[in-house]
Design a protein around this ligand. Structure first.
Ligand SMILES: [Zn+2]
Ligand SMILES: [Zn+2]
Length: 327
């Protein structure tokens, strides 16, 4: 049986199809699992992605992108490989990549989330012989509370701040998490930073029902007590000094770790992630029916050891260039 993917200095390569998946160096043909910056990089000749990701990719990488689009389950022949994309439930248009060659099936998960919500297609397990899984939160301490429970915590925090005449600033990834929050939070309205506004726009173009949310820019200042969704990179930037008194908090799987909350000097942290937690990862691996599992992107050694103990043939697939993951 052929190995359908291998790691090269440019990224994960499929020799029988002559393409890369989420490469980090410029290549001829890049299959993109989703539009987060560490997966969808600029500089490739040709891109292939799910059609729901099209506007996000063009917004982030340029309008003139050479971009081929597929729907979920649609099959495409590339060299000797039959390729299809399947929902990863991570962000809008996020895909697992299924590769098939003479009955040998590999699935490259990209980033995935098994807790479904209305912001994107829900994760779908895909049967395969070999599963390549991420492991961002592959430690037993990572167990996500139901989203509704965390949303209640955020609402209570917001109300309390508003009662004290303070703004509430929530740092959240502009792509994915921000739309999840926008759809789940009670009517506010919830204000957004321009970076979030741009991604909200892409989601609406793809038919997702993101509630109306005024954009906080130089012409429009939110009324006191408002909640504002802003990207983490904007934290402590000059714009906030013009806002007035505010409380801030991050929404991220990393907020599970008290040390990280403290280091980032946040008032609060809320745990919502666009990745699978420990039980979610194990469930997803089992659902694929794969005997062989390659682990990448996170707590590789922990998950490899655990899966081997459970009778899988698991091994690391090192990909340090992907770096610390968003959300
Ligand atoms: Zn991602
Ligand atoms: Zn990632």
């Amino acid at each position: 049986m052929h190995a359908l993917v291998e790691l090269r200095s440019e990224g994960l390569y499929c020799p029988l199809g002559d393409f890369y998946i989420d490469p980090w160096r410029p290549v001829q043909r890049a299959v993109i699992t989703h539009a987060h910056a560490d997966h969808a990089r600029s500089g490739h000749q040709h891109y292939l992605a799910h059609s729901d990701a099209a506007d996000i990719m063009r917004t982030r990488l340029g309008r003139k992108l050479s971009l081929q689009l597929l729907k979920y389950g649609e099959r495409l022949k590339l060299g000797e490989i039959e390729l299809s994309l399947h929902p990863a439930g991570h962000v809008l248009g996020s895909s697992q990549v299924r590769l098939s060659h003479k009955g040998n099936v590999w699935v490259i998960s990209g980033d995935y989330r098994v807790q479904a919500d209305a912001s994107c297609e829900a994760f779908e397990p895909v049967l395969c012989d070999v599963f390549v899984t991420e492991s961002t939160f592959a430690l037993p301490i990572y167990r996500w509370e139901p989203q509704a429970q965390v949303i209640d915590q955020i609402s209570a925090w917001w109300q309390n701040n508003a009662a004290n005449g303070l703004y509430s600033v929530l740092y959240t990834y502009a792509l994915g998490k921000a739309q999840r929050l926008a759809m789940a939070l009670p009517e506010g309205p919830v204000w957004v930073h321009p970076a979030v506004d741009a991604m909200h726009h892409c989601y609406r173009l793809a038919g997702r029902k993101i509630p109306a949310s005024p954009c906080w820019d130089s012409n429009h200042k939110p009324p006191a007590g408002s909640l504002i969704l802003a990207p983490p990179a904007s934290a402590a930037s000059a714009v906030f000094s013009k806002l007035g008194a505010y409380e801030d908090a991050s929404v991220s799987g990393w907020m599970r770790l008290r040390g990280i909350r403290r280091r980032r000097a946040l008032d609060r942290g809320f745990v919502i992630s666009d990745h699978a937690d420990w039980p979610g990862l194990l469930w997803a691996v089992r659902e694929t029916g794969a005997q062989s599992v390659f682990v990448t992107h996170g707590q590789v050694d922990v998950l490899v050891r655990y899966l081997n103990e459970q009778g899988f043939e698991a091994a690391p697939l090192r990909a340090t260039a992907w770096g610390e993951d968003a959300s």
